[in-house]
Design a protein around this ligand. Structure first.
Ligand SMILES: Nc1ncnc2c1ncn2[C@@H]1O[C@H](COP(=O)(O)OP(=O)(O)O)[C@@H](O)[C@H]1O
Ligand SMILES: [Mg+2]
Length: 359
């Protein structure tokens, strides 16, 4: 009984919030502002970034139904970072959940409410704020009927179907007598979907060979984006796919992209080393080609921008040790004192002793 009253009260409350939100639309930063912010962190993803911002924007400004988003992209292409940056500017609470951690048993038990509870916590236990928040569910591709390998997790697809409940709008108790209405949440699914290229290619090739099955429409067969029918073929249930409003595909990062990330991103680990060394009295001197050398080496592994960290750590390992173990040698005692110059050879990517200090 008391639960029911709370439900009614909270749903009336959330209606008021929508009105406020519409009135307060001016407080939502403009798309251009968000774009500019994200582009100082994320490189090589201009088009996907625009699409992601637009989809989230529609979700919050117009409360669009079906504002759920699926982002497909390999490891280290910037899926998670892009969303984090967008949500930071929008000041929206979010939680990032790993789909593989949800088994059917767990799901039926505490886990699903766990997801929503995490969002509530991240919103500072502000129920209104939380109800306009974002749930990010990573590794969703691992729940396809074709990739589920774990015996305990044969219910992968059932988990997806259970997620439909949140998507369609549920009331989840997040605190004593506090219910979170999930109907206005934006749900973002992330996944690498390795192998989906082959499925898409197969569809496109059907066209060339001239086999048009009754089911395949002429327009879909020409479309080189990933389509819902490709996701069905990948093993995701149709009911689930039907609930996804927008499918966005990240680009594969090229050598040029990786070099640009090192050179320009606010998250660049190279720039971080550069700053730290300067604080210790050392400035770097190197040929700009070094960024390409590091990028090239990192690209050998198929983990996008992730491998940059390892390569850059290797490159600076000996330099940092040298400076940290002789602090007084390099420290400037006044701002008039010159910096020590560290000349980095291009070969430093292969042999991290290939540098020379000016003193
Ligand atoms: N396109 C990109 N531009 C700049 N940095 C990137 C890009 N993609 C990934 N990174 C960096 O690599 C790391 C991993 O990125 P993440 O967004 O977590 O990748 P994933 O696509 O696997 O979610 C982040 O710290 C981020 O700084
Ligand atoms: Mg990620």
């Amino acid at each position: 009984m008391s639960n029911e009253r709370t439900n009614i009260a909270s749903s009336r409350h959330s209606k008021n919030t929508h009105k406020n939100r519409r009135k307060n639309n001016t407080f939502v930063p403009s798309i251009k502002t968000i774009e500019k912010h994200v582009y100082s962190y994320i490189f090589g993803q201009d088009e996907p970034v625009k699409q992601i911002i637009t989809s989230i924007y529609r979700g919050i400004v117009f409360k669009s139904l079906n504002s759920n988003i699926l982002i497909i992209g390999g490891s280290g292409t910037g899926k998670t970072e892009t969303i984090k940056q967008i949500l930071n500017v929008l000041n929206l609470p979010y939680t990032i959940e790993d789909a593989t951690k949800y088994t059917m048993e767990g799901y039926q038990g505490k886990s699903v409410s766990g997801m929503i509870k995490n969002l509530y916590k991240n919103a500072g236990k502000d129920i209104e704020k939380a109800q306009s928040g974002v749930v990010i569910i990573d590794e969703i591709d691992k729940k396809s009927s074709k990739t589920v390998s774990n015996r305990r997790d044969i219910s992968g697809v059932e988990v997806l179907n259970s997620l439909l409940k949140i998507i369609e709008g549920d009331k989840v108790e997040v605190d004593m007598d506090v219910f979170l209405d999930t109907s206005n949440l934006i749900i973002i699914f992330l996944g690498a979907f390795s192998g989906i290229d082959k499925i898409r290619e197969k569809r496109l090739n059907l066209n060339q060979v001239g086999f048009l099955s009754d089911k395949t429409t002429a327009s879909s067969i020409l479309d080189d984006r990933i389509l819902k029918q490709d996701l069905v073929n990948y093993g995701l249930p149709e009911e689930f796919i039907g609930r996804i409003g927008t499918i966005i595909e990240m680009n594969k990062l090229t050598v040029d992209d990786l070099a640009l990330i090192l050179k320009k991103s606010k998250l660049s680990i190279f720039r971080q080393y550069q700053k730290e060394l300067k604080k210790m009295g050392v400035v770097l001197s190197f040929n700009g080609e070094l960024f390409y050398q590091i990028a090239q080496k990192s690209l050998l592994l198929d983990t996008g921008a992730r491998e940059l960290t390892n390569t850059v750590n290797y490159v600076f390992d000996k330099i940092i040790y040298e400076v940290l173990s002789n602090p007084s040698k390099y420290r400037r005692n006044s701002s008039k004192e010159p910096y020590t110059v560290c000349y980095m050879d291009l070969d430093i990517v292969e042999d991290n002793t290939r540098y020379r200090m000016s003193k």
